[in-house]
Design a protein around this ligand. Structure first.
Ligand code: ZN
Length: 108
């Protein structure tokens, strides 16, 4: 996972999106990717929905209670939708992609 900032315009409902790779978390955060997956499938079922490769990634994050801890690197996305700013944080790019693959952002 590289460091840096990437700006992009994704679709019409989204005015602006910035992806940033933060090297060291200054605070502790819950990971939105893990939480979206748990919310989408339920804590007891989420593991059944993941491919074996994705399950390995998920179970590693589970050991940290799905938290981004102080000092950890993480992926931050800032989006502007209809003039409102939304920030989401992810343990890593992999869990972001897994959540995306399972359409977790549809009602987000
Ligand atoms: Zn996570």
């Amino acid at each position: 996972m590289g460091e840096g900032i990437k700006d992009s315009k994704v679709n019409n409902s989204m005015d602006y999106l910035r992806t940033e790779y933060v090297k060291k978390a200054k605070k502790q955060y819950y990971c939105d990717g893990c939480l979206l997956l748990i919310n989408a499938f339920g804590k007891d079922n989420v593991k059944k929905e993941l491919s074996p490769e994705d399950l390995v990634i998920y179970e590693k994050l589970e050991l940290n209670d799905f938290k981004i801890k102080v000092g950890n690197s993480y992926m931050k996305i800032v989006g502007v939708y209809d003039g409102n700013i939304y920030t989401s944080r992810f343990c890593n790019e992999e869990i972001y992609k897994i959540a995306e693959k399972h359409d977790c952002f549809d009602n987000y």
